[in-house]
Structures are given as structure tokens and as C-alpha cells.
Design a protein around this ligand. Structure first.
Ligand SMILES: Nc1ncnc2c1ncn2[C@@H]1O[C@H](COP(=O)(O)OP(=O)(O)OP(=O)(O)O)[C@@H](O)[C@H]1O
Ligand SMILES: [Mg+2]
Length: 239
């Protein structure tokens, strides 16, 4: 579904990403692991159309979309759930969802909102509340819901569990698994490697701007010492 090959992205003279490759499939969770500054966010943002790659290729559903602008990427069926959630705090939950559905077909907006409320009932119960009053975990669900409004085939998620209490981490990640089981492809950056490995199907390890390892999640679970060595200390709590 998604094939990213030898991606290079620079910030002026800074070579942030220089050789990242990965694939993602429908109905499957690909976990991207890597230390701080490894280039995970930059890679996701370049694939989603927010940075122009210096070189490399991005192919989605057999079509090249390297360097395509973000709004066009969304129309092709790929959407970024950004780091830090980027919820519009002063707006209501429902207004946030409407923004996510800006490209939805005429008449499809209300149906899309109802589908999100079915997946995340807490959002429906509080549809008219200010989004800024939601807990961190609920805000993450709203960020997922807003992304779902564009009817994506693939969601790119940047650290969805960041800053959440452990019980909320489990809830948020289990909702990611549910979205994948419904057929959506997921490419997820996750600092919490153990929690991510529990739900992932395949794994990509990025180190200093390059892909250094890819394999199945069960290989990674069975070989935590290697993953640990590539990520550095404290990456896996029980390795
Ligand atoms: N706007 C920017 N200008 C210059 N350099 C940047 C910019 N954003 C990121 N970088 C650099 O690019 C590299 C990759 O950063 P990136 O944010 O992609 O890493 P990351 O893997 O997402 O890290 P983290 O785990 O901290 O989120 C780092 O060296 C970072 O300092
Ligand atoms: Mg990041």
C-alpha cells in the first residue's frame, strides 16, 4: 500500500533523514522505533506532504506521490495524526471533527461524524463541549476521529500515547488496533516500545536518519536485546 524508499529530508544544512525506507499495509500496524532526533517525525511529515524530500520515493497504491502537497495526500487516502495532537482547544468536539471532514463528499459529513461517535462514544457524549476540556487520552481519540473524517486508507501516527497515564496508553493503543482490524493501514511512531510492540505487526528501527532494521513484531519481541541495542538505554523496560 505505502512504499517509502531511501527518503532524504534536509532542514537547510541539517541532514535530518538520509536513507529511511519502510512499507505499510492495509489492516496492519507498522511500528517505527528510534531514539530522540532519529528522524521519525521528519519522515512521517515528509510522507504526509509537509516537507519536501530532497530525494527518495513515496509510492501509495502503486502511484508515485513523492513531494505531493498535504491536502492532495489526504485526498489520496493518507492522513497524518500529528505529534502533540494539535486539537483546536476553543472549538467543540464536533467542530474539530468537521474540520477533519473538509474534503468529505457533500452530504457525507454528518454520516462521518456519526461513525466517529460510534467508534469513540465519549466523543459523542461530549460533542458540544470545548475540546480543550478533554483529558489527554480523549484528545488523542479526537485526533484519531478528526483524521478518520477524511476516510483514510492509511493513517500516519506520531507518538499517540505521549504524555498519557498507563491505563490511557492501553486504551489509545487498543483503539489503534481496532482501526487496523477494520482494514485501515497504520504507520505509528511510538516512544513506548513495549506497548507498541504488543499491538504491532511489523517494526522499523530508525537510527540517526536511517532505517537500520526491519522485521516482524514477533521477531522484535523475541529479540528485544537487538532492538534495545539499536534504540539505546531505557527504550524497553523489560529487555
Ligand atoms: N525545524 C527543524 N530545523 C532544523 N533541524 C530540525 C528541525 N526539526 C528537526 N530537526 C532535526 O532533525 C533531526 C530529526 O528530528 P525529528 O524531529 O524528525 O526526530 P524524531 O525521531 O521525531 O525525534 P523525537 O523522538 O524527539 O520526536 C534532529 O536532529 C532534529 O534536531
Ligand atoms: Mg518526533
Amino acid at each position: 500500500m505505502l512504499e517509502v524508499t531511501d527518503l532524504h529530508v534536509n532542514y537547510g544544512p541539517v541532514r535530518a533523514v538520509h536513507g529511511v525506507s519502510f512499507t505499510a499495509e492495509a489492516g496492519s500496524i507498522t511500528l517505527v522505533l528510534g531514539a530522540n532526533g532519529a528522524g521519525k517525525t521528519t519522515s512521517l511529515r515528509a510522507v504526509a506532504g509537509f516537507h519536501k524530500p530532497a530525494s527518495g520515493s513515496v509510492t501509495f497504491d502503486g502511484k508515485t506521490m513523492t513531494g505531493m502537497a498535504a491536502h492532495k495526500v489526504v485526498r489520496r487516502g493518507m492522513v497524518l495524526v500529528p505529534e502533540g495532537r494539535k486539537i483546536f482547544f476553543p472549538l467543540s468536539i464536533e467542530e474539530n471533527l468537521r474540520i477533519g471532514g473538509y474534503a468529505a463528499p457533500r452530504g457525507g459529513l454528518d454520516a462521518g461524524i456519526e461513525e466517529v461517535y460510534e467508534k469513540f462514544p465519549i466523543l459523542g457524549e461530549r460533542r458540544n463541549s470545548q475540546a480543550g476540556l478533554l483529558s489527554g487520552g480523549e484528545q488523542q481519540m479526537l485526533a484519531f476521529g478528526r483524521a478518520l473524517m477524511s476516510k483514510p486508507k492509511l493513517m500516519l501516527m506520531d507518538e499517540p500515547s505521549m504524555g498519557l497515564a498507563p491505563t490511557m496508553v492501553e486504551k489509545v493503543l487498543s483503539s489503534v488496533r481496532t482501526m487496523a482490524d477494520a482494514g485501515i493501514g497504520i504507520l505509528m511512531v511510538e516512544q513506548n516500545a513495549d506497548a507498541g510492540l504488543r499491538i504491532a505487526d511489523s517494526v522499523v528501527v530508525v537510527n540517526r536518519g536511517e532505517t537500520v532494521w526491519t522485521g516482524t513484531a514477533s521477531e522484535a519481541r523475541g529479540n528485544k536485546a537487538i532492538v534495545h541495542a539499536m534504540l539505546g538505554e531505557a527504550a524497553l523496560d523489560d529487555a
